[in-house]
Ligand binder design. Sequence first.
Ligand code: ADP
Ligand code: MG
Length: 544
Amino acid sequence: MYGSGNQPIIVLKEGTERSKDKEAQFNNIAAAKAVADSIRSTLGPKGMDKMLVDTIGEVIITNDGVTILKEIDVQHPAAKMVVEVAKTQDDECGDGTTSAVVLAGELLKQSESLIDSNVHPTVITNGYKLAAAKAAEILNGMSVKADDKRVKKVAMTALTGKSIGGEGDYLSDVVVKAAKSILDDGKVNVDNIKIEKKVGGVIRDTYMVEGIVIDKQRVHPRMPKKVENAKIALLAVPMEIKKTEMDAQISIHDPTAMAAFLAEEESTLKAMVDKVKAAGANVVFCQKGVDDLVQHYMAKQGIFGCRRLKQTDLEALAKATGGSIVGNIAELTAKDLGNAKTVEERAVGAEDMTFITGCSNPKAVSIVIRGGTEHVMDEVERALHDAIRVVGVAMEDGKVVAGAGAPEIELALRLSEYASSVGGREQLAIEAFAKAMEIIPWTISENAGIDSIDSIIKLKAAHDKKGGKNFGLNLETGEAADMLELDVVEPLRVKTQAISSATEVANMILRIDDVIASRRAPPMNPMGDPNMGGPGMGGIGGMM
Ligand code: ADP
Ligand code: MG
């Protein structure tokens, strides 16, 4: 920008960084590709895991795209946009996060040569939009009905490649059972499943419970271990005498006064138990402390009690048993009580937990996860969570497609036919889009140590034949095979969503031709790593 005297007019604050046109585009594309590259090696059943260490030294070992991207500290704005794709995919489907990001990176990579040869970004984005719409149509045409058998296979497919010690078959039964139990009005909300983890045992000791499990034991050994026809009081208040905030002292000089004082305390505590008993409760779950004396009285009355429950546990119990959480024991009545067939303390490994089963709400479901270490259990939890979501999606929509690269190869072929029917300059963009689809089978194959070029050739040859549209890559043999027969299936929505969000972010990035960035405050650098927080890829470079 020059004024009349050829003096540059400075509009932007000193230190503002600016890049324009192709430079801006290529920078953004490079950043987006770097995000995709950072998780590429985890794609597919033979993908590798990543170990992530956060600033306080907590370790996560995972294979899950969105978990990786959520943990690493991405700085570049375009890279951040790509991370958002993984989050959207996760919110919508619970799976396909790596695929969505890898696709976004590849769509951008394929656009580079078009930008280089001066195809206008608008033409590219239009072409991509047309291609994405056509892709959704083709995928829908490929989809088959999600019957019971296929739903289980969807769980299996979602679980392959997770670090779950080869227990995919066992866990997929748990997943399907859980998803079915919470199916409500055609929808599956995984948040309705309560997860408890107890270290020890092996992954196969993981199981589902129809009811609520809380990681608490009864407070007194003389309380019953098991209560049938439980009437449950849910208390948000302590069952003890309130201690004052200040260090108050009461001086009692007369021994009879002392006795009276103690008796008074005792009767207050006893009154609490009497009140609970009078309301008809035989089980008490208390969010706060329970006095020793109260424990003793409860045990005498045959009441089962747990203390210091998490608020979320209390809420889950309220929902499951139909009870209300009460904030004042004096106001407790019979109609506040929740109902369950049994409340029982049972051993989970070396410790005991409390199981509330036969709840009035049959959709209350818990999963007890076992495993050798916290890291194993955490990855099992993530895997189950995602798989239940995915199975839920398959049950909600009732449509699945073959996996293992089959849909992507079909799209690559059908879309390039479509490109020639569209013609014009958009044709180039649709061809680039079609080519980008190949990145999925390419990467799955690469990660399995199979020659990617060979794989793509074999897959294309199979798809060119009649009845070959469901052929994907059999990673055991390196040959193309019908994935509906091999039971590698995924919900249709996982595929369509991955493509639509990848297209959306690629287009958004392609439309940017000017990046104006204010100077950042010096980055916090907690790990003392000079690569962290710098310009460009920041955290990605530091972490991977
Ligand atoms: P994402 O985060 O995208 O779900 P995954 O690591 O779960 O990434 O890999 C998903 C890809 O792996 C899909 O394309 C899926 O079809 C493919 N896949 C899953 N199971 C198999 C299998 N047994 N053989 C070949 N490919 C598989
Ligand atoms: Mg997956």
